[in-house]
Design a protein around this ligand. Structure first.
Ligand code: SIN
Ligand code: MN
Length: 200
């Protein structure tokens, strides 16, 4: 493992070895069965290219009413629990006793991307957001606390963990594109990104 910091984001390259990645993906299968991926729309009515679902007490949701956390999946059921392997990563990397309330699961197909944004739908920004990348490489762009300005990019690979916290908690970030087919750990290709968030 190799830790780099870019604009206050701590990036743990190769945090999970290939077996740990495969175990994590196996654990996500039950979550995806219980809470299938869906395509949210932005508040402007555009369908997002990333498909999503969540585990935990809350799931992240977006529609014409805006961005928010919801207690249930759009089909009405509660979100499944966050798998223990994911909570172990949170505890190990953040050192926090407080567990995350939400594990947002983003799936990037071949042409999916995520525009620059801040994660600011949570109540307490003293808690970090932790991200885990699985599958194909994703080009992660890191900006500033204000919209715009110069940015820096880094390819996130399967097994990488990023902590967005402290003074960088509200730094803009996004994913420009993925390198479809660059990893073999997801049988059908694509990229999964997990983000763990304390919501309340
Ligand atoms: C996000 O900001 O919600 C996702 C980041 C990523 O896909 O790496
Ligand atoms: Mn984000």
């Amino acid at each position: 493992m190799n830790k780099v910091s870019i604009r206050g984001f701590d990036i743990y390259k190769g945090y999970l070895d290939e077996q740990a990645q495969r175990d994590l993906i196996a654990g996500l299968r039950d979550v995806l069965k219980a809470a299938p991926l869906f395509s949210p729309t932005t508040r402007f009515g555009n369908k997002m290219s990333v498909r999503m679902t969540s585990a935990g007490k809350y799931g992240w949701y977006s529609d014409a009413r805006g961005y928010r956390y919801e207690r249930t999946h759009p089909k009405g059921m509660e979100w499944p629990p966050i798998p223990d392997q994911i909570l172990d990563i949170w505890r190990d990397v953040t050192g926090l006793d407080r567990q995350p309330d939400c594990c947002l699961i983003n799936y990037y197909g071949e042409s999916a991307r995520m525009g620059m944004h801040q994660d600011r739908d949570e109540a307490d920004f003293t808690y970090p957001v932790l991200s885990v990348s699985l599958g194909d490489d994703g080009l992660f762009r890191i900006g500033n606390e204000e919209k715009g300005g110069k940015t820096e990019s880094i390819w996130l690979e399967s097994g990488d963990v990023v902590v967005m916290g402290g003074p960088a908690r509200l730094t803009y970030h996004g994913v420009d594109r993925i390198r479809f087919g660059s990893s073999r750990v997801l049988p059908k290709g694509g990229r999964i990104n997990l983000t763990l968030r304390v919501v309340d």
